[in-house]
Design a binder for this molecule. Structure first.
Ligand SMILES: C[S@@+](CC[C@H](N)C(=O)[O-])C[C@H]1O[C@@H](n2cnc3c(N)ncnc32)[C@H](O)[C@@H]1O
Length: 196
């Protein structure tokens, strides 16, 4: 696997899986739900974890590709999985297709700041005209074994603009989990789309 963060996730997967699956996506994404596709669409879920959101979206009639590098998360549900990772998304890009909607929840903090421009460029290359990206940004401390690199104010807006993407919406997201709340972890949602 050769990535300490992914090794950290693999080691904790048994504990994390039920925690992730306990989340109700419709409630969790309520603040940004208006930006989710309203008609059957091609969706990419990057860092999909257990596939909770991918399964929910597939159940709503969308065609979903769940990209997840940790094998211990790619279990169970009848989903289309791809073992791929940021920043390169090499296998995903090799499919030669684009997506109407890209979800990247609680993942971007694991990409080193120096690699974020390339990651976002690769993600933008997978976004269809008129498409939307919903991502979340984590602020505050992280587990030692699943390091989260901090975000500078305005960093993602600037990186997005360099790819031709605009920030269409941004809001706070509530922190899930007592330990994260106690540690002062804060989250934001961002919605990106093609500028102009
Ligand atoms: C906090 S979990 C979130 C999982 C899922 N998106 C959710 O909302 O439940 C972070 C996920 O990002 C994945 N991940 C970590 N580094 C990654 C990378 N470089 N590329 C793609 N996924 C990554 C982890 O394996 C894990 O599944």
């Amino acid at each position: 696997m050769a990535d300490r963060i992914l090794e950290g996730y693999a080691a904790a997967a048994k504990t994390l899986r039920p925690r992730y699956d306990a989340i109700d996506p419709a409630l969790y994404y309520a603040a940004v739900l208006a930006h989710f596709p309203q008609k059957p669409s091609q969706i990419l879920d990057i860092g999909a974890g257990t596939g909770r959101d991918a399964a929910w979206l597939a159940g709503l009639g969308h065609e979903v590709l769940a990209v997840e590098p940790v094998a211990a998360f790619r279990v169970g549900k009848a989903l289309t999985w791809l073992d791929d990772r940021l920043p390169d998304l090499r296998k995903t890009r090799a499919l030669g297709r684009t997506f109407d909607f890209i979800l990247m929840n609680a993942v971007f903090q694991h990409v080193k700041p120096a690699a974020r421009a390339a990651a976002l460029r690769n993600i933008a290359g997978l976004l269809a005209q008129g498409g939307r990206i919903v991502l979340s940004l984590r602020h505050g401390p992280s587990a030692e074994t699943r390091r989260a690199y901090p975000f500078k104010t305005g960093e993602v807006d600037k990186l997005a603009a360099a790819c031709g993407l605009a920030t269409l919406f941004q809001c706070k997201r509530r922190t899930v989990g007592a330990a994260n709340k106690a540690a002062g972890v804060r989250w934001e949602f961002m919605v990106l789309g093609w500028a102009g």
